[in-house]
Design a protein. Structure first.
Length: 91
């Protein structure tokens, strides 16, 4: 079963979210980074409504508690940002 939500811990400037959007993946994505400057750069990408970025840990907790989210969440970590050719779900 594919995840319906992605939580990206240490999302930085949102490069992974941009890559996923470029691939046409429509999935709920929350990027979390403790550095507000990184979050501002990520938000500047202008990605769609299913993509959000935050440096507020409470936002992260709220997302995980939302209806059904905790059952279908994939945790991505910062290491994936550095892969030159990232393939997600066979695309």
């Amino acid at each position: 079963m594919a995840p319906s939500h992605i939580v990206d811990f240490g999302c930085g400037t949102g490069r992974l979210a941009q890559r996923m959007a470029d691939l046409g993946l429509s999935i709920s994505y929350l990027g979390y980074d403790i550095d507000e400057r990184q979050i501002e750069l990520a938000r500047g990408r202008g990605l769609s409504g299913s993509v959000a970025f935050t440096s507020n840990f409470g936002d992260l907790v709220d997302t995980l508690r939302s209806a059904g989210a905790a059952q279908r969440v994939m945790n991505l970590s910062f290491i994936l940002h550095d892969l030159p050719t990232l393939q997600i779900f066979g695309r």
